[in-house]
Design a protein around this ligand. Structure first.
Ligand code: DOR
Length: 428
């Protein structure tokens, strides 16, 4: 099977590639790159004005399978990822049962076999994510996890965190920390500040994030290993990460599109699709996050795609679960908020959505080079579109961005000899 992608702008900062050319893909491998390739092919696509990049990765996704297949499954979550422009996702272990054994890791990998989107499970740090006993890290490493996390909660016990950093370094796996000191956030549902007082909602202070980030960096410095700070939302945590990197520590960090786009002002209508953990913060936090993205303190952008049922999201604000979906809005928000505002160049966005997550989680490289497996994302940087949650491939619709006008979109992906384009998936 041969397909030809014509007239696209190929952009791959890893090999300093930025040129308009055709790409011939044969049986899933890049065979030729050049001007005006004329070969007999099974399908051709005119991509004039469009961009081809190495396949994007969303390194922080909740797929809900096993356990909450009413909210998302591996199949619907990966379909949502493909529609959003991703060829790989890392899935978090707060499933039911949680991903804390080789069996669950293998179950997920088997379910994902043959799909366009690669699924890389993250194992739990502690058994059942309960924080009291280390999970079987070695056996999960062997089964193929790409990181370890109790996401949803922090590893609150410092001794366990120390052991986890020491033990995981034997497998070169990062500990992905959800930074939250739960003694400060009990019952809290939104950022502590003038708005929580105004709206009469229980506070969830930024201090909770900053304390755990600072503690984790101190433990990392003492015991070694690799630390990755998930969904950074505060100014102080950006500063903690910047300082730790300056001191040469093995630490990285991520931010979500909602945390660089929305402030806690959006909670004013009590729409539970503004209830996320960590909570939406203030403009000064967003400004610090933007600085952190610009100076590469923050390594990657990930959605924290967190599907929840309509019924549960319709509970009152204080009872509704934390989380919003993000796979199908992440690229659009990033291009709208960061690229078209000239905060980040396209190269920097590719770094943060493909190259860095692949490096940090040691996923297979994706490069636009002859002989490489075709693992590609196709972007239209200038398409104006309105978010329509009823068109999502995800099983859930809990997004605060319904109806938002965005500029820039992922319009296709290619991976594993499959191509998603124009709303359809085909074998190639
Ligand atoms: O908003 C969130 N939702 N934050 C988390 O840490 C967990 C996630 C979920 O699983 O719903």
């Amino acid at each position: 099977m041969r397909i030809l992608l014509k007239n696209a702008q190929l952009v791959d900062p890893q090999i300093k590639l930025d040129q308009i050319a055709d790409v011939l893909i044969e049986d899933g491998t890049i065979k030729k790159i050049g001007k005006s390739i004329s070969e007999k092919v099974d399908h051709d696509f005119d991509l004039k004005g469009k961009i081809i990049t190495p396949g994007f990765v969303d390194a922080h996704v909740h797929l809900r399978e096993p356990g909450r297949e009413d909210e998302e499954t591996i199949e619907t979550g990966t379909a949502s990822a493909a529609a959003g422009g991703f060829t790989a996702v890392c899935c978090m272990p707060n499933t039911k049962p949680s991903i804390d054994s080789a069996e669950v890791v293998t179950f997920i990998k088997e379910k994902a076999t043959g799909l366009l989107v690669n699924v890389h499970p993250i194992g739990a740090v502690t058994k059942k994510r309960e924080g009291t006993e280390l999970a079987y890290l070695g056996e999960m490493a062997e089964a193929g996890v790409v990181g370890l996390s109790d996401d949803g909660v922090a590893v609150s016990n410092s001794q366990i965190l120390k052991y986890a950093l020491e033990y995981s370094s034997m497998f070169n796996l990062p500990i992905i920390e959800h930074c939250e000191d739960s003694s400060l956030t009990k019952d809290g549902v939104m950022n502590e500040g003038i708005n929580s007082t105004r709206f009469g909602l229980p506070p969830h202070p930024s201090l909770a994030e900053d304390l755990i980030a600072a503690r984790d960096v101190a433990v990392l410095e003492y015991s070694g290993g690799r630390l990755h700070l998930a969904h950074i939302s505060t100014k102080a945590t950006v500063e903690i990460l910047r300082d730790a990197k300056k001191r040469g520590l093995n630490v990285t960090g991520e931010v979500t599109p909602h945390h660089f786009t929305l402030t806690d002002d959006f909670v004013k209508d009590y729409d539970t699709n503004t209830k996320v953990n960590p909570p939406l913060r203030t403009q000064s936090d967003i400004d610090a996050i933007i600085d952190g993205l610009k100076d590469r303190t923050i390594d990657l952008i990930a959605s924290d795609h967190a599907p929840h049922s309509i019924e549960e999201k319709e509970w009152e604000y204080i009872y509704a679960p934390f989380g919003i979906i993000g796979l199908e809005t992440s690229v659009g928000l990033t291009l709208t908020r960061l690229y078209h505002t000239k905060i980040l160049s396209l190269d920097e966005i590719i770094l943060k959505m493909s190259i860095n997550p692949r490096k940090i989680f040691r996923l297979p490289e994706a490069k636009i080079e002859i002989g490489q497996k075709a693992n590609l994302t196709i972007l239209d940087l200038n398409e104006n579109w309105a978010v329509d949650k009823f068109n999502f491939k995800s099983k859930s619709i809990n997004t605060p961005f319904h109806g938002w006008e965005l500029k820039g979109k992922a319009i296709g992906v290619i991976n594993n000899r499959r191509m998603y384009f124009d709303g359809k998936e085909i074998s190639i």
